[in-house]
Design a protein around this ligand. Structure first.
Ligand code: ARG
Length: 506
């Protein structure tokens, strides 16, 4: 075979990686087109890391030139070829086992055999690991940004409805009155932890494996910190075997997405139930209708949001299952680990944005909520608390209110209900309620708004407590937004740095 043989380029690529696997002929026979070729190839799915691979190639070539491993002229030719490959797009790549091989083939097609110098001092193993991290960090930031949007919507509506009284539930039964503000803040807290988990996953994802080579390092004098810096990574995955093998960051990202999605599914379920009860009306933008039943307005967007959680949990489980028991170092199983994580991150981001929109635009039925807030004797706990405050043992108070509850119904006015509690007190303790608290106090405790106002412990639903929580949540949101913006800027700066370096060669 001569240098101008059309197969030479492909063979050079084949040789460049996994050189321990054998010479050109062996490699060609093993991979050139058997029935398993399509099964082996990840080229189509690798579209998701096409841009990442170009960036990784550029940073690697710049570093090779700076270290004197390839000369500047060859670096310039390779970098120019990469621009051309980028302009042609993923669809124009030659056939290959994966995007790394295909891009290299495309470069060699343009530059000739010197193009194969691009793959000096690396392997597809560290290359693909770097590409996945490069791509995934963008996805994680996008999901984190969506959580910020949702938190903002939750806080805006919470502050608008800080004093809107509503029924609170446990076991889906009326439990205690609360407020829409307090309720929404509960989700702002959960989604806030989701942001933290995503940012934690981001920080562990954003480390460079490049330069680890196949797993065992390289004799070339590579500068791993330099490529890490050019690609915007905050440091290295230090051990070269860890660098090539580790995918725990994928499991962590999938789990962070699944946890967020689980939070969203609860919010979606609540809002579906509330709209069913007439407590809430979704805006038309977040509803759908029926093709046959003209009167229907269905909460489809929230049902889909709830549904995404199933896929996200499946993805987290699937990722861990794929990784379980893999021996060191690289195994081809890993090729199947990342594409679906990118996809689920995208789905969860979209579900988060939809949830934010649905929350921001829904109409809360303030009067219906207030009317229902006391249903099911939901103020019972507050009455028992009041009796205990007046000196009665809480267990006795609980017994009295439980006995009264049997005879109290939703139509009773406060005076009637208070009389029934008084009767129960006399039966159980032989004393009237007035031995402990005044009748006015009992009637106030039976009022849902007063009941809410009395529960002013830290994090509780009383207006002052909610105002404090709102302020704290807003401050946390601002801090997290700042962290996300800093990460974004650092990535944009790195992109500029790499572009500037590349321009000095091309
Ligand atoms: N497409 C492969 C992947 O995604 C690249 C690594 C191939 N390395 C190897 N030793 N066969 O994992």
């Amino acid at each position: 075979m001569t240098d101008d043989d059309p197969d030479t380029a492909t063979d050079a690529v084949a040789n460049a990686d996994d050189s321990a696997e054998g010479g050109t002929a062996v490699r060609r026979d093993r991979f050139s087109g058997g029935p398993a070729r399509a099964f082996l190839s990840s080229l189509a799915a690798d579209e998701a890391i096409f841009a990442a691979d170009l960036a990784v190639d550029r940073a690697h070539v710049v570093m090779l030139a700076e270290q004197g491993i390839v000369d500047d002229a060859v670096a310039g030719e390779v970098l120019a070829a990469l621009d051309d490959v980028e302009a042609a797009g993923h669809g124009a790549l030659p056939d290959g086992e994966d995007v790394h091989e295909a891009i290299e083939t495309a470069v060699i097609d343009r530059v000739g055999p010197d193009g194969g110098r691009m793959h000096t001092a690396r392997s597809r193993n560290d290359e693909v690991a770097t590409c996945i991290r490069y791509r995934l960090r963008e996805d994680l930031l996008a999901v984190a940004e969506a959580t910020l949007t949702l938190r903002e919507a939750l806080l805006d509506v919470a502050s608008e409805h800080a004093e809107t009284v509503m029924p609170g539930y446990t076991h889906l039964q009326p439990a205690q009155p609360t407020t829409v503000g307090h309720y929404l803040l509960s989700y702002a807290g959960g989604v806030g932890r989701d942001t933290e988990r995503l940012l934690g996953a981001y920080d562990r994802t954003n480390r460079s494996p490049l330069g680890g080579a196949a797993f065992a390092g390289t004799p070339f004098d590579v500068d791993r910190e330099r490529t890490a810096d050019l690609l915007g990574f905050d440091g290295l995955v230090h051990n070269s075997m860890d660098a090539a093998s580790a995918r725990d960051f994928l499991a962590e990202a999938a789990t962070a997405c699944a946890t967020l999605s689980t939070t969203l599914s609860g919010l979606a379920e609540d809002l579906i139930l509330f709209s069913n009860k007439g407590f809430l009306e979704l805006s038309d933008d977040y509803s759908s209708t029926s093709s046959i039943m003209p009167q229907k307005k269905n909460p489809d967007t929230l049902e889909l949001t709830r549904g995404v959680a199933g896929d996200a949990i499946g993805e987290a489980t699937g990722t861990l299952s794929l990784l379980k028991g893999l021996p060191r170092a690289y195994n081809r199983d890993l090729q199947r680990a990342h594409a679906s994580v990118f996809e689920i991150a995208d789905d969860v981001r979209e579900a988060t944005e939809v949830a934010a929109g649905a929350v921001a635009t829904a109409d809360w039925a303030v009067e219906d909520l207030a009317a229902a807030a006391g249903d099911g004797f939901s103020t019972a706990t507050g009455v028992a608390d009041l009796l205990a405050t007046g000196g009665m043992p809480f267990r006795t108070a609980h017994e009295i209110v439980a006995a009264a509850a049997e005879g109290i119904d939703d139509a009773d006015d406060p005076a009637t209900a208070a009389a029934k509690v008084d009767e129960a007190a006399r039966e159980i303790t032989g004393e009237p309620l007035s031995a402990y608290v005044s009748r006015e106090e009992v009637e106030a405790a039976l009022d849902p708004t007063e009941s809410v106002a009395s529960r002013d412990s830290t994090g509780g639903p009383a207006p002052d407590a909610v105002a404090e929580a709102l302020a704290a949540s807003r401050a946390e949101l601002d801090d997290d937004a700042e962290v996300v913006a800093t990460r974004r800027d650092a990535l944009a700066d790195a992109t500029d740095r790499l572009e500037t370096e590349v321009e000095t060669y091309v």
